[in-house]
Every structure is written in C-alpha cells, then in structure tokens.
Design a protein around this ligand. Structure first.
Ligand SMILES: Nc1ncnc2c1ncn2[C@@H]1O[C@H](COP(=O)(O)OP(=O)(O)OP(=O)(O)O)[C@@H](O)[C@H]1O
Length: 304
C-alpha cells in the first residue's frame, strides 16, 4: 500500500521573538515523494520555519512532526529522517568531493561506498567527484552538499533558498536532480524560495507564506484539475456584439467575447456560435500565471 501519511506536519506552529510574532499558527501537511515549495517574499518567515523544522530554533507554540516524531519531544528520532542544507554546508575545500563524502559517510553508520556512488550519480557529479572542492562552481558545491545530506537516505530533504546565486543552467540542473531524488528514492524535498517562477519549474505543490501566515497551498502539476478548471476564454469572432446576444453571457472585449468556462463548455459555446452564423477565428485562454496570482495574493510584496 502507498504510504500517504504526511512526512512533515506543522501543527499550529508559532514563533515569537522579543514579543514579535514571526510565525503565526502555521499548519501544513507535506505529503511524501513530492518536491514541495515554500514560497514567500523576503522576511515572510521561511528561514525561521525551516530552522524550527530542523531543530536550529525552538518552537514557541505548536509542534512539528517528522515521520510522526515530534521535533520538540523526540528530536533525535525526528531529525534522523532529515537531510538539510540550511546554512552553507561545511566542505573541506582542499579535499576532493569524494573524500568529503567519505568523511561524512564515516560519521553516518551504515553508509557504504556503494551508497556514495549512488548519491554522486543522483546529483550528477560523477565527472568531477575526484577533483578538489576548491575547483568546483557554486552549483557543483551545492550538489555536493545535497549528496552529503542524502547519504543516510533521509525521508525529507530540506533546502533553504537553493537557487540563490545559481545561473539558469544551474537552476535547471538542480530541478532535474531534485526530481530524480523524489522519484527514485521517494524523498520528499522541501525547498524555499522567494521566486515564484523557479518554484513553478521545480515543485509539485507550493505553499505560500506571508508575514508568518500561510495564505495559500497550490498544486502545480495537477493536469486533470487544470483541464477541468474554469478559465477566462476569449472567442475571437466576426461579430462580438451578436455573439454576446446569442450566448447571453460574458463580456464583449476587443474583437471577441470573453467568458469564464471549463474545456467542455468551450466546445459547446463554439458550436453555438458557428451555428448562429458567427465565424470563430480563434479561441484563446487568458492565462493568469501563478506569478499573477501570487502578486494578487501578496499584494506584490517581494517579487523580483
Ligand atoms: N533572531 C531574530 N530576532 C528578531 N527578528 C528576527 C529574528 N530572526 C528573524 N527575524 C525576523 O523574522 C522575520 C522572518 O524572517 P525569515 O528570515 O524567517 O524570513 P524569510 O522568509 O526566510 O526571508 P528571506 O527570504 O529574506 O530569508 C523577518 O522580519 C526577520 O527580521
């Protein structure tokens, strides 16, 4: 049976520092095997939440469970399921990537050389793993950090702003190996970012946070849902005014009739227009990107 219990549960989590509420009753379930995005403008509270998740900061109120283990009460057990890069991972720059991994492997019981080879392949560092870390690009260092964090096969990998400083090629590579990790090892990847465009490319689900509060959770790749969703659709027609009279709803716009419809309804309207003697030149969905929706939700704060 598929294990669909959430890997992480944030239960009414609050954080107060010096009388100021930084995180306010945050409740969130993160399902297994997904690349899950945590999106919010600068200062929204992403890092604070992540620091609480990995035990770098205490929780003022509420609790976080990882694989059912409470971070506040069963820390050792909870953290055993986690691999994380929150601050820059410590690397020995004068050693090779491989020797760095070997060093960490010695500290994690049960990690074999075969496992090292596996993680190196997963992050795509085979060609350079025997070179010294000081010769690595930022993207390669980050891959090495991820390789190190997943040596012990954690159920959850947490990455705070992993795209920071990466060029578009680096971001594409990051996306590809994080997806592989989710698919091949069933690892849940929790990534934070303030850039929606990057989250859209990388994640299955995005939770949006602003001023310490959860304001939205959204599935990004739910194809069925997307197809059945009602969308603003413009029918570019020979006579918009007559089209509006015929259909009896919608709004006349420049060169067409604007309606909010799902896919099936669009086919029906198209037929009605054609039967009514109106030429349909084009049917166009007015896409509201997630970026637009995010700006709407957050009032545009923190978009770059
Ligand atoms: N130790 C602290 N003392 C006081 N305020 C803090 C502390 N740590 C964080 N904050 C405040 O909490 C808020 C959330 O910060 P946090 O770093 O979690 O945001 P973030 O979403 O990760 O933003 P960024 O993308 O800029 O890193 C900010 O207003 C920050 O100034």
């Amino acid at each position: 049976m598929l294990d669909l219990e959430p890997v992480v549960r944030l239960k009414q989590v609050s954080k107060r520092i010096g009388g100021k509420t930084i995180i306010d009753k945050l409740t969130l379930d993160i399902p297994p095997g997904q690349v899950y995005g945590f999106l919010g403008p600068n200062g929204a509270g992403k890092t604070t939440t992540i620091r609480m998740m990995v035990g770098l900061m205490s929780i003022s109120e509420g609790d976080i469970e990882i694989q059912g283990a409470s971070v506040s009460e069963q820390f050792e057990l909870a953290i055993s399921h986690v691999g994380a890069i929150v601050e820059n991972p410590e690397m020995y720059k004068f050693l090779s990537g491989y020797h760095n991994l070997l060093h960490y492997a010695r500290m994690s019981p049960g990690v074999t050389k075969q496992r090292i080879a596996e993680v190196v392949e997963l992050v795509g560092l085979e060609q350079r793993i025997h070179d010294k870390v000081k010769t690595y690009s930022l993207g390669m260092r980050q891959r090495l950090g991820v390789a190190q964090a997943i040596l012990h096969r954690p159920r959850l990998l947490v990455l705070d702003e992993p795209t920071n400083g990466l060029d578009p090629q680096g971001i594409r590579e990051l996306r590809s190996y994080l997806r592989q990790l989710a698919e091949k090892e069933g690892t849940t990847v929790f990534v934070s970012s303030h850039l929606l465009s990057e989250m859209e490319l990388m994640c299955d689900t995005v939770a949006v946070i602003q001023q310490g509060r959860l304001i939205d959770v959204r599935q990004l790749h739910d194809q069925d849902k997307l197809e059945n969703e009602r969308k603003q659709t413009v029918f570019e027609v020979s006579d918009p005014q007559r089209a509006w009279e015929l259909i009896g709803q919608g709004q006349v716009v420049d060169g067409g009739l604007l309606l909010e419809l799902d896919r099936n309804a669009a086919a029906v309207i198209n037929e009605q227009l054609v039967r009514g003697g109106i030429s349909v030149y084009r049917i166009r969905v007015v896409t509201r990107t997630l970026e637009d929706q995010f700006i709407e939700l957050t009032g545009g704060v923190g978009i770059e």
